[in-house]
Design a protein around this ligand. Structure first.
Ligand code: KIV
Ligand code: ZN
Length: 512
């Protein structure tokens, strides 16, 4: 018999804990709408007590999302639970997600609490949260390194107090599949009231085993998988949603599990996550990497032409990679653009469409055929990044073998135009120097990468930067047919994200 597995997506919470991957409210809202379209069962929208920005974003998502549950994370204290409820109370299906560590190493060195105290804190927190909702998830942080019998005792108490989902996180990505599935079986067998709750798993990828551990746990009886798109998350990331879902779909004969995910939205959602966070997907990433369906060797290509099943275990269309992409160009009108963007999942207002249409025309003057990746970039830059502090108004660069590279830049800073010019080691250095001068930026450039958004020599360049200032790290992303302009846009985007982080500080005591 096929079993239904719930997909709990934590891209917006654990995924956002990827270094530099902070998102603003607009971006999170857009991603939440896409996750709803993808068909996830629950969206963990954030950790409302962590910062004002998180609270605001979770509240906006709660107001907008209708079909999925919306979860807010909280520690076991009342203030966190109040904040979580304050943000998710607008949701059609709210869930409070309470967590506390259960491993001795965390109890002794981090929490400085005894096992008894943690047990009491768990029960008290769940009882308190039940004043607001009956939909409560409890997570035993570092469960995979916790004493098994103590873990079962905490789960039993959590379920008795009213938790409807209990979650087993492999917080530090330490478990291996056989051990993790055995833990699931042990917990199911030794938690007397386990039949009154759903058992969930949440894996990290430090040993590259997150997907394998999650699948092993589901085979052993867990019925909720906590995942992120592209596997983004703290350190080496979380279990990747697309890997688990496609493993079930592709190997149903071996794993009779079904999810509500509409797989044809996997690739567009993966792209959106990458666009918004600035975290590029590695080319050889399973399912959604650029090479996942590329066949290089002649023997493979020959086999594919004769029958794709020779070397392909999934069809690209199944995950939403279109083989016949509709191409738009400079003669395409506003209506055609609107309809096409709608098909891609962007339902823009009239005002937003005007912004994107203007940029679309500009780009179409430089590049003949515009495909989905080009349009995604236009929407990301034109709409999702509204209300930013810095924006590029003008860039002029001179460079070559016989001249000193010079850049003249005009920026809008909070709506006021300012301009300056300076030189550098090369054209990008000159542009960055001019921008830094105008913005008074002190950020250190940690990483700079350039790639092409699509194929072809007229492709847009895609640049990502990683910036650090006073311990805050932000990623920036920019695209343009001109690589120097793309670099300037990426740098400015990174500076804007730093401004956002400065304006929405994580409360020091609230870090997980
Ligand atoms: O990894 C972890 O333990 C977590 C919990 C908060 C669920 O993210
Ligand atoms: Zn986690």
């Amino acid at each position: 018999m096929t079993e239904i597995i719930k997909i709990f997506d934590t891209t917006l919470r654990d995924g956002e804990q990827s270094p530099g991957a902070s998102m603003n409210t607009n971006e999170k809202l857009r991603l939440a709408v896409q996750l709803e379209k993808l068909g996830v069962d629950a969206i963990e929208a954030g950790f409302p007590a962590a910062s004002e920005g998180d609270f605001q974003a979770v509240a906006e998502i709660s107001k907008r999302i209708k079909t999925c549950e919306v979860a807010g994370l909280a520690r076991t204290n009342k203030e966190d639970i109040d904040q979580a409820w304050g943000a998710i109370c607008h949701a059609a299906k709210p869930r409070i997600h309470i967590f506390i560590a259960t491993s001795d190493i965390h109890l002794e060195h981090k929490l400085r609490m005894s096992r008894e105290e943690v047990l009491r804190a768990t029960v008290d927190a769940i009882a308190y949260a039940r004043n607001f909702t009956d939909n409560i998830e409890f997570s035993a942080e570092d469960a995979s390194r916790s004493d098994r019998d103590y873990l079962c005792k905490v789960f039993e108490a959590a379920i008795s107090a009213g938790a409807t989902v209990v979650n087993l996180p492999d917080t530090v990505g330490y478990a291996v599949p056989e051990e993790f599935s055995e833990l699931v079986r042990y917990v199911m067998a030794h938690t007397p009231n386990m039949n009154k709750a759903i058992l969930s798993v949440h894996c990290h990828n430090d040993l590259g085993l997150a997907t394998a551990n999650t699948i092993a746990a589901i085979q052993a009886g867990a019925r909720q998988a906590e995942v992120t798109l592209n596997g983004i998350g703290e350190r080496a990331g979380n279990t990747s949603l697309e890997e688990v879902v496609m493993a079930f779909k592709t190997r149903r004969n071996f794993m009779p599990f079904e999810t509500a995910i509409r797989t044809e939205h996997l690739y567009p959602t993966s792209r959106l996550v990458s666009m918004i966070t600035g975290i590029l997907v590695q080319p050889n990433k399973a399912i959604v990497g650029a090479n996942a369906f590329a066949h290089e060797s002649g023997i493979h290509q020959d086999g594919m032409l004769k029958n794709p099943m020779t070397y392909e275990i999934m069809r690209p269309e199944t995950i939403g990679i279109s083989q016949n992409q509709l191409v738009l160009g400079k003669h395409s009108g506003r209506h055609a653009l609107h309809t096409h963007l709608k098909g891609m999942g962007y339902d823009l207002s009239d005002e937003e469409l005007s912004v994107v249409f203007k940029q679309f025309k500009n780009l179409a003057d430089k590049k003949k055929n515009l495909v989905d990746e080009d349009l995604e970039a236009l929407v990301t830059e034109g709409v999702l990044r509204s209300a930013e502090v810095f924006s590029l108004e003008y860039l002029h660069v001179t460079c070559g073998t016989t001249v000193l590279p010079m850049a003249s830049v005009q920026l809008s800073i909070n709506g006021r135009s300012v301009k300056d010019a300076t030189y550098g080691n090369g054209p990008i250095d000159a542009a960055f120097n001019a921008i830094a001068k105008l913005t008074d930026a002190k950020a250190e450039l940690l990483r700079f990468t350039v790639s092409a958004l699509t194929g072809g020599t007229d492709a847009q360049g895609e640049v990502t930067v990683r910036l650090r200032e006073n311990g805050l790290v932000a990623l920036g992303r920019g695209s343009d047919p001109d690589i120097i302009t793309a670099s300037a846009k990426a740098y400015i985007n990174g500076l804007n994200r730093l401004e956002y982080l400065k304006a929405h500080p994580v409360k020091a005591s609230q870090t997980i």
